[in-house]
Each structure stands twice: as C-alpha cells, then as structure tokens.
Design a protein around this ligand. Structure first.
Ligand SMILES: Cc1cc2nc3c(=O)[nH]c(=O)nc-3n(C[C@H](O)[C@H](O)[C@H](O)COP(=O)(O)OP(=O)(O)OC[C@H]3O[C@@H](n4cnc5c(N)ncnc54)[C@H](O)[C@@H]3O)c2cc1C
Ligand code: FES
Length: 256
C-alpha cells in the first residue's frame, strides 16, 4: 500500500509522531495490528533492504498514526521522510488485541510500547471499559503524549526509573497493589517488563495479553525469524510472532 505523509514530527529527542493518509489501510486496521514500513522515500534501496515493523498507534478517518523511537538506520531514515511525500507499507498485519466491553482494564506500557497501547486505551474506553494505564519509562523523555493519554484513560499512573517524572521505580511497582481488582491486563514494552507484568498477573489470577516486539524480517510468516515458544497443554510449540501474534496470552509464553 501507499499513503501520503501528513505529519512526521519530533515529539522529543528520541520519539516521532508520523501520520499517514491512506483510506484503505485506515479502514482495514484493527487495534493491536502492525505494519511493515519502507523507511525511505527512494524507489530502489538495498540498505536498509527490509521494511521495519511498527505498531498502529491510532486511526482517525482516513488517517493512521505511528509513534516510533529512533534506534538505528531504518528509524533514522524514516524520521527524515517529510510531509507531502508518498510512503510504502504493508497492509495491517498480525492478530491484534481482543477488545473487552464494560470491564475494568489495566494497561501497562513500557517506553515505546505505548504505541499500540495508545489506540487500545481509546478503543477500550469507547467500549465502556474503565481504563487504568500504568506507563513506565527510563526517564522523563521516555514518557510521551501524556496529556492526550490522560484524556483517553480514567487513570494514568506514570513511573520512571530515575524519578524524573511520576513515581521513581519500575512500572510493575504500582501495579502490585490492587491488580486483582482488574478483569484483564494488556501490556506492551521491553520483554523483561512484559514478563514481569505477566507473572504478576498470573500470581493474582488475572488474565494478561501481551504484544511482543520480536525482531521481524518479512512480517508475513515466511522467514521464521520471529519464532517464540508457548505452552499448549503439556506441549511446547513454536509460534510466528508476526502471524499468530504479536498479541499472546502472557501466561502461555516461555520467556527465557
Ligand atoms: C510488532 C512490532 C511492533 C513494533 N512497534 C513499534 C512501534 O510502534 N514503535 C517503535 O518505535 N518501534 C516498534 N517496534 C520496534 C521497531 O520495529 C524497531 O525499533 C525497528 O525495526 C528498528 O529499526 P532500525 O533500522 O532503526 O534499527 P536497527 O538498525 O535494525 O537496530 C537498532 C537497534 O535496535 C534493536 N532492535 C531492532 N528491532 C528491535 C525490536 N523489534 N525489539 C527490540 N530491539 C530492536 C537492534 O537490536 C539494535 O540494537 C516494533 C516491533 C515489532 C516486531
Ligand atoms: S517475520 Fe518472517 S516469519 Fe515472522
């Protein structure tokens, strides 16, 4: 697919907000899905050869939004793609989150894991859920869009490792108390954080779905580069994160 870049703005030193107009994509996308985006505007590029996976952070009308962190060559090049240009990307991929109705929901986001959680908070809210968002980052610069977020959830609890915003400590700390009052938890962030959230939810007997950011080459189920292991009954089975995921029941994942 192709779409027109409407905005590609720096949020802060690390994070960008990219808005693309493409009615076909916006119509098809479901919350929790991702795309594989070509991170340059040039027709023929061999470096980077592969498209990059990014979670869909919101859809409004014919436009959709991506929130990304510049970490390497692909995301650096993407940050240089200006508004008014056409950019190429895949159709919406992956299974997405299963939405709940009229439930008490805890969302946990770590760093750039906020991207799919942003849209999830909005959708859960419009489905009548009470949404509490636990949002953690290393530092103040890892917490973005907090005013938009507070409008889209009932409670926003911020933590930073260095205490530069919100409560000092890990995002799991404030979740420990009262987690069993929630009907379900959804998480996205670094693997150790999702593992901790998932284990905490299991210990409190609360269901927890996690969206995994495994490294992906094709995004289409062909290269087997994104395999993870999950428990199915007494068996351990492999799953392709790009096709069977990226959202999995956290209690089934073999994390190590
Ligand atoms: C389903 C899915 C959704 C994602 N959604 C988002 C999103 O919404 N916003 C966002 O900013 N990022 C997201 N990511 C991660 C993003 O795809 C990578 O950061 C990006 O591909 C890095 O490309 P690069 O060329 O800039 O960096 P590279 O040069 O490829 O790598 C730079 C550094 O980043 C590390 N890295 C690359 N990919 C990943 C990854 N998947 N997980 C952890 N570390 C990685 C590398 O090990 C290396 O240290 C998502 C990944 C997946 C699989
Ligand atoms: S990224 Fe190729 S199979 Fe998942």
């Amino acid at each position: 697919m192709k779409g027109l870049i409407v905005k590609n703005e720096k949020i802060n030193e690390k994070y960008y907000n990219l808005e693309i107009d493409c009615a076909k994509f916006a119509l098809q996308a479901k919350v929790g899905q991702f795309l594989m985006i070509k991170p340059t505007l040039q027709d023929y590029v061999t470096d980077p050869l592969l498209r990059r996976p990014l979670g869909v952070a919101d859809v409004q009308g014919t436009r959709f939004r991506l929130i990304y962190m510049v970490v390497g060559k692909g995301t650096k090049l993407l940050s240089e793609c200006g508004a008014g240009n056409e950019i190429e990307f895949s159709k919406p991929l992956g299974n997405g989150f299963k939405l709940e109705k009229n439930k008490n929901i805890a969302l946990a986001a770590g760093g750039i894991g906020i991207a799919p959680i942003f849209w999830l908070a909005k959708e859960m809210r419009s489905n009548g859920c009470k949404v509490t968002l636990f949002y953690g980052g290393r530092s103040v610069n890892d917490i973005v869009l907090s005013s938009e977020l507070s409008n889209n959830c009932d409670e926003l609890v911020i933590t930073t490792n260095d205490g530069t915003l919100g409560t000092k400590g890990l995002v799991t700390e404030p979740m420990k108390e009262g987690l069993n009052s929630f009907d379900k938890v959804f998480a996205c962030g670094p693997k150790p954080m999702m593992k901790a959230v998932s284990e905490l939810a299991v210990s409190k007997d609360v269901a927890c779905d996690v969206s995994l950011d495994e490294r992906m080459a094709c995004g289409l189920g062909a290269c087997l580069g994104c395999l993870i292991y999950v428990k199915e009954g007494n068996e351990t089975v492999q799953k392709r994160c790009c096709v069977e995921g990226p959202v999995f029941d956290g209690s089934t994942i073999i994390w190590d």
